[in-house]
Design a protein around this ligand. Structure first.
Ligand SMILES: [Fe+2]
Length: 374
């Protein structure tokens, strides 16, 4: 079966997420299934130590990026489970669905950035279709669900990624501060790509190297809003060690052969000091900004969270910690009209010497533009 029609057992088309030098192919089903993917003549299962998983509607299959890039497609294989038993489980025949895949190549990369959808789907998808079939990479940058209090909110992630990419191009996922809220916040890592459970990681797509950082919550862990459920200061300290480790390993990361572009993705723009009670981690965020400025030297940092569309330049009014590069704030979910399904995201043409940023709405109208050299 080919992928042009969405399989009735799937909630959305797969998403092919970049993490490290791998892709994590995520498929969410509306029936209990056993699942694996085939790339070339190799198979990659969604398993738990040799047991094919069926207990959750989300399936994640990890494949080497080099293999999928060279094969240009993959096959999602699954069986519906009739009844899973200790002995003589009953399952249906295998269904196979073929997806083509186009990796990021070349020096001109078209990226669409969506964050802060807050459960909206149709208008972010409309915006994300700006580049049509020439889109190379989708970035979902936090607060795609409104919160994690209802597992159904995670559907917005899979629907947006599936409808825009159709499982045919890569995506990058980064967590936002609203994602940390609610009883299912601890389950989000099962539904989204992680590096061994961590929501911060580096990725490589052709000549593009990227680092996803995760600020976690936006207020101090002691905020009464969190009711003693948050340890984000400790989580951020672990990330400081992660960034320092990436720098120590630069020759295999951003200085690796073939890397020509470097970007950082993070939901919260941590280079800016907010008003109380959001004025947290001044020392730690200054350290992160300094590590990027002195060592990583990204071409830009891509953020959301602010519900506005702007580019903050080094030395500008929002540069509190010493930026070395522009910070793109790339989504406005409401435009001051909470009663309507509107959305503005960010279309990025990432060239050899410059970055062209267009803020575009759900009808593909350009509502703002910026351009800077790299
Ligand atoms: Fe946010």
């Amino acid at each position: 079966m080919n992928s042009n029609v969405l399989c009735e057992s799937f909630k959305a088309h797969p998403a092919v997420y970049a993490v490290g030098r791998e892709y994590q192919i995520t498929v969410v089903t509306n029936v209990e299934t056993l699942m694996w993917v085939r790339v070339g003549d190799e198979e990659f299962y969604d398993d738990s130590n040799g047991i094919i998983r069926s207990g959750k509607p989300v399936h994640k299959m990890t494949v080497p990026a080099e293999l999928l890039d060279s094969q240009g497609g993959y096959t999602v294989c699954f069986r519906r489970v009739i009844e899973r038993k200790p002995y003589y489980s009953e399952t249906e025949d295998i269904t196979e669905i073929n997806y083509t895949f186009r990796p990021v190549t070349g020096e001109n990369i078209r990226i669409y950035h969506i964050s802060d959808a807050h459960n909206k789907v149709d208008s972010p998808v409309g915006a994300g279709e700006y580049f049509g079939n020439s889109l190379d990479l989708l970035i979902l940058n936090g607060d795609i669900p409104n919160h994690s209090g209802d597992i159904a909110n995670f559907d917005a992630i899979h629907e947006i990624a599936g409808r825009i990419t159709k499982g045919e191009i890569p995506a990058v996922f980064s967590r936002g501060n609203h994602d940390t809220r609610g009883i299912h916040a601890e389950d989000l890592a099962d539904y989204t790509p992680t590096d061994g459970g961590s929501s911060y990681f580096t990725f490589r797509l052709g000549g593009l190297w990227g680092m996803v950082l995760d600020c976690g919550e936006d207020k101090d862990d002691s905020s009464v809003e969190y009711g003693n459920t948050i340890c984000c200061h400790w989580f951020r300290q672990k990330q400081t060690r992660f960034i320092e480790g990436v720098i120590a390993n630069a020759e295999k990361e951003y200085l690796a052969p073939g890397v020509t572009k470097r970007m950082v993705v993070c939901h919260i723009p941590f280079t800016y000091i907010y008003r109380k009670p959001f004025d947290i981690e001044k020392e730690l965020y200054a350290h992160w900004t300094g590590l990027l400025r002195e060592h990583v030297k990204p071409d830009f940092i891509l953020c959301g969270h602010m519900h506005c569309t702007e580019v903050w330049y080094p030395g500008g009014e929002h540069d509190d910690h010493g930026q070395s590069c522009p910070v793109i704030i790339g989504s406005d979910p409401f435009l001051g009209r909470k009663d309507m399904d509107v959305f503005v995201g960010c279309a990025i043409e990432y060239g050899e010497r410059n970055v062209k940023v267009r803020f575009t709405d759900q009808d593909k109208a350009v509502v703002g533009e910026e351009e800077f050299g790299i």
